[in-house]
Design a protein around this ligand. Structure first.
Ligand code: SAM
Length: 285
């Protein structure tokens, strides 16, 4: 039997209506209805027949279908149990397992150990926009053992995640990504490819995780405290912003900056991850 094209709006409406499904705005339910975009996401993720994929929020299953056709195994984590009956009809794949749970509560490293032995693992998703940053931070901070992330997010968020020094979107989250990964925007996506249409445009961002952090520091917590403090008042000089947010005397911050040859009068957005590492090591030595 031919596989149903799940991204067809007619098929989606018919099946969802038959199951009495109602879209939840608060769960960020905007389902993809464009086969071309789905193929592009799967291609950007670089999936082959030895890849294990974790998908957050399969929804109706349009992206899941594309993933199951390329990957060795897919584990999809969906918070909305009301989609169970829909999935029973739309997602009959031998290489797919669906877990009905909140991704934020899942022990992902354990899941990888149990489900993906010997495979390289990627995270692929059209993320629910209300929780994009916490999800990305969970993956980066919990040091989840994956090789890459390819996710659809709000365009502005993608710009912040992948911003480089000197750019207006560059901030603490860009540095959290750079510390552990290389990130680039693979695709800008108009709102017309979703049902229902979100108000904003979206982008697909690809984040390749580095084998080890980009810079070596004694204390990661101190590094991110310094970064957060520097961007705390981004219009102020780093000297002022750091000393008021870290509650360290101005003189001490000034000396530390000068010791590592960084001008205390510049602003946080001009500093690289290497600069921040030097500052943190000097301030907390
Ligand atoms: N992947 C589908 C697609 O591309 O058509 C649906 C994407 S929709 C933007 C986001 C999905 O994530 C929804 O199915 C929603 O129910 C689910 N979701 C929302 N919060 C979640 C969470 N905390 N954990 C797991 N899934 C979640």
């Amino acid at each position: 039997m031919d596989e149903k094209k799940l991204y067809s709006p007619r098929i989606m409406k018919e099946i969802l209506n038959r199951h009495g499904f109602e879209f939840s705005k608060s769960l960020g339910q905007n389902f993809l209805i464009d086969g071309n975009i789905i193929n592009k996401i799967v291609d950007a993720a670089g999936i082959d027949d030895n890849t294990g994929v974790i998908e957050i929020g399969p929804g109706f299953g349009t992206l899941t279908q594309g993933l199951c056709n390329k990957a060795k195994k897919v584990i999809a984590i969906e918070i909305d149990k009301s989609l169970k009956d829909v999935h029973f009809e739309t997602l009959c794949y031998d290489n797919l397992k669906i877990i009905y749970d909140d991704f934020m509560k899942v022990d992902v490293n354990r899941l990888i150990e149990e489900e993906f032995k010997g495979m390289k693992v990627k995270l692929v998703a059209n993320l629910p926009y209300y929780i994009t940053t916490p999800i990305i931070m969970k993956v980066l901070e919990d040091k989840i053992n994956i090789s890459g992330i390819t996710v659809m997010v709000q365009k502005e968020v993608a710009q912040r995640l992948s911003a480089k020094p000197g750019n207006k979107d560059y901030g603490a989250i860009s540095l959290a990504v750079q510390y552990r990964a290389d990130a680039h925007i693979s695709l800008i996506v108009p709102n017309t490819v979703f049902m229902p249409r979100p108000k904003v445009d979206s982008a697909v961002i690809t984040i390749d995780i580095l084998e080890k952090p980009r810079v070596e520091v004694k204390d990661e917590i101190a590094l991110f405290a310094v970064i957060k403090a520097a961007f705390g008042q981004r219009r102020k000089t780093i000297h002022n912003s750091m000393s008021s947010n870290l509650k360290i005397e101005k003189e001490k911050v000034k000396n530390a900056l000068e010791n590592v040859n960084i001008d205390p009068g510049i602003r946080a957005e001009q500093l690289t991850i290497y600069d921040f590492a030097k500052i943190a090591e000097e301030l907390y030595k």
